[in-house]
Design a protein around this ligand. Sequence first.
Ligand SMILES: C[S@@+](CC[C@H](N)C(=O)[O-])C[C@H]1O[C@@H](n2cnc3c(N)ncnc32)[C@H](O)[C@@H]1O
Length: 261
Amino acid sequence: MWLVAVSVPLIPVVIVAFSRYGGLFTALCHRALAWTHRVLLRRKVCVRSTHAYVFSNCTHGKVDSVLETFDLYGNTHPSLSISPQMSAVLDEAVMRVRPSLVLELGMHCGYSSVRLLRLLPPAGRLVTVEVDPVTAELGEEILLVAGFKHSQFQVLTSSSARAIPTLRLHVGADKGASEGFGLVLMDHDPQQYLPDLIALEREELLSPSGCTILLINRTQRHGDVGDVVAHVSGRSDFYSVRSEHCFMVEIVYCRKPTNVL
Ligand SMILES: C[S@@+](CC[C@H](N)C(=O)[O-])C[C@H]1O[C@@H](n2cnc3c(N)ncnc32)[C@H](O)[C@@H]1O
């Protein structure tokens, strides 16, 4: 009873405070929620658990079943696989570009690798880079479970910075490798996006006739991909920003004029 007596006079104060500082309060709540989500995700995402669930619940050899099982896992567990929204944008880009050689930086358990591989043309190939050895091994197994063969993909266990200078060697044997990568998906460490893009260009690994670079922005803060956007905006002779979603930026690199008469 005393609690009600104390609380009732406070109600108008709370209403006035909320109407004045409601925006600030909501923004603080959003930030607190985002922070909690990040902390929980960091603590609980478990590549072994993701792998074990997908391995034992999907139909081996069926790509769609592998993807559906990943999605089911993601509905009930923290997961680092790209979201359905990101997946839709990724699929659309791959179907539009039809790249024959794709580079992925940040493989994790192989979800986005499977999405990419299933849309490549028959002679298409994926090179995927993962810094953590256990994750790389488990991710590679998922690609095999989905039915892909080693002739279609290569997993490099390395940091992106170390892998990029060796990529020419790894793709050298490919037909059309002199063209470089037609699509690059970056979903590893946003602080590496710009140095890695610069290194890929320096090593002449981006196809001069057109390379699509997709940057996943998990924090949805513009600042996290802003340096890359600023870099490419200042190089409008070779680069253009094709689309900018809050969760993904698509950049196009092209050195050759497409309509030579
Ligand atoms: C967000 S997860 C990638 C998720 C994956 N694209 C998917 O949708 O299934 C990021 C991965 O990048 C790896 N990683 C982080 N920094 C890296 C780096 N510098 N080079 C290579 N891999 C890196 C992490 O170990 C992690 O497995």
